[in-house]
Write a protein that binds this ligand. Structure first.
Ligand code: NDP
Length: 482
């Protein structure tokens, strides 16, 4: 793991303690052992961080775009050099297998490289004039201080998806990572400052949501808020930001389906569908948590998925198997509550449904991958985000029914469509209400420049991926009378 000053915040280029010296424990979810302490920031520390970011905002915005891009590329090189230590940090913090964390660190690296290349490509537009003596154009300008509040499930990737475009566009940043998995964010920030990010450009305040996140959202110096987390907290963030009318980007929960038509290539579909709910123990916003399957192949698909689930190898982060524990006790209680609720309501637990047995699993927050058939669309396990390795099965008879089932959710994040028929796939792509759709794959994270779009209760944004500069700049309209 990358060494970090213990219980310190990164403010204005320095590692500083909180005024009270208060700390929070960081636990390994596989053992429940505390292996690090972080500083518990409050409103005073948040204020210091925002003021440092404000002081750094103009000089950073005026730094030549080529130089900003060069700093970000140096940062990416440092991430590549330390990728194994960063992966170990994220893996232990979240409890995920080392190989999964390694993949996430490299995605974060690739995002940084991608957005570093955008620093000198931020453009406005020239517009046609109604009058011969008028000339009009737009300037895309950074907001100033941006706040970023993130979830714990893929912390490096969530940070970089926002920090990289925000900094490339010339903004400065205050990041509040989840107290549940903050270490890799601090480690990335350490590498950023060592790579030449000037003091105050990137600040990290660790601490609890109400104590550190809420004052950050309502700080008068913050000009843009980006939030990744649950739909309930997202609503609170919007209410806080509404007082000051700052733009907000929200990436929230999901209840994403994989839709399997009878002509799908099941040999490639089923391992990918299983992986999309087993990866990170189902704790991904775009986890494929609903299986919608054509009745003619439903029994075969369910049986084969049950075999794959039963073969999933569970372990600690450094066992580097298929799946680790969920993040904490509250998360496991939530997952188990959903399984118990489904069982009581008459659903059939096809496989899983309890905790894995054995000494190795005694202390941690482990739960088996669970496949649930015979569910009713009104059940909580079908409607609510479980955020655990739990997959429900629903059957359909034709494409309109499949589309109706896809859309029968408050969320709008990801849909996987499995078919060899391109016309059918495109029909589903057009008719579903979702920010993202993948055909014959379970998610689109292989394409760095694709926006991570969300809709309905999954959130909203003005731009991401190749359009991220729209989110992280505001446009000034200029007219000149010639
Ligand atoms: P939470 O909403 O509980 O927390 C997210 C972040 O918000 C944490 O840093 C938390 O701090 C902070 N927070 C909590 N309360 C407040 C508040 N009142 N004001 C400001 N900040 C606050 O989400 P989880 O961390 O449990 O993450 C899981 C959720 O994230 C799932 O719903 C998942 O779908 C979603 N997610 C969405 C993604 C997307 O791109 N759409 C990607 C990844 C996850 P702390 O926890 O430290 O107290």
């Amino acid at each position: 793991m990358l060494s970090l000053p213990e219980s310190r915040l990164l403010i204005d280029g320095d590692w500083v303690p909180t005024a009270t010296g208060e700390t929070l424990p960081v636990e390994d979810p596989a053992t429940c052992e505390t292996f690090a302490l972080i500083a518990a920031a409050g409103p005073d520390e948040v204020d210091r961080a925002v003021r440092a970011a404000e002081a750094a905002a103009d000089p950073w915005a005026r730094t030549s775009p080529a130089e900003r891009g060069a700093v970000l590329r140096r940062w990416a090189a440092a991430i590549a050099e330390h990728s194994e230590e960063l992966a170990a940090t994220e893996a232990r913090d979240v409890g995920k297998p080392l190989g999964d964390a390694r993949r996430n660190i490299w995605i974060a690296h690739d995002m940084l490289v991608y957005f570093a290349g955008m620093a000198d490509k931020v453009t406005g537009a020239t517009l046609p004039s109604r009058l011969e003596e008028s000339f009009g154009f737009t300037l895309a300008e950074p907001h100033g201080v941006c706040a970023l509040i993130t979830a714990w499930n893929v912390p490096a990737l969530l940070m970089m998806a926002e920090a990289a475009p925000a900094l490339a566009a010339g903004n400065t940043l205050v990041v509040k990572p989840s107290e549940c998995a903050p270490l890799v964010v601090l480690a990335l920030a350490r590498l950023g400052t060592e790579s030449g990010l000037p003091p105050g450009v990137l600040n990290v305040v660790t601490g609890l949501g109400p104590a550190a996140g809420q004052p950050l959202v309502s700080h008068p110096g913050v000009r843009h808020v980006s939030f990744v987390g649950s739909t309930a907290t997202g609503r609170a963030i919007v209410r806080g930001a509404a007082e000051r009318l700052v733009p907000v980007k929200l990436e929230l929960g999901g209840k994403s389906p994989n839709v399997v038509f009878p002509d799908a290539d099941l040999d490639s579909a089923l391992p990918a569908i299983a992986a999309s709910i087993v990866e990170n123990a189902g704790q991904n916003c775009n986890a494929g948590s609903r299986l919608l399957v054509h009745r003619s192949v439903a029994d075969e698909v369910t049986e084969r998925l049950a075999t794959i689930f039963a073969d999933v190898k569970i372990g600690h982060w450094d066992d580097d198997l298929d799946m680790g524990p969920v993040a904490n006790a509250a998360q496991r209680a939530k997952v188990e509550g959903h399984i118990a609720g489904a069982r009581e309501a008459g659903a059939r637990i096809v496989t899983g449904g309890s905790r894995p047995e054995g000494e190795r699993f005694a202390a941690g927050h482990f739960v088996q991958p669970t496949l649930i058939d015979r569910v009713d669309p009104s059940m909580a396990v079908v409607r609510e985000e479980v955020f655990g390795p739990v997959l429900t099965v629903q059957r359909f008879d034709d494409t309109p029914e499949a589309v109706n089932l896809v859309n029968d959710t408050g969320f709008g994040l990801q849909v996987g469509v499995w078919t060899r028929d391109l016309s059918r796939a495109l029909r589903v792509v057009r008719e579903v209400r979702s920010g993202q759709v993948s055909v014959n794959e379970a998610s689109n994270v292989g394409v760095i420049g694709l926006p991570f779009n969300v809709t309905k209760d999954s959130g909203f944004n003005a731009g991401g991926g190749y359009t991220a500069m729209r989110e992280y700049t505001s446009e000034k309209a200029v007219s000149i009378r010639i």
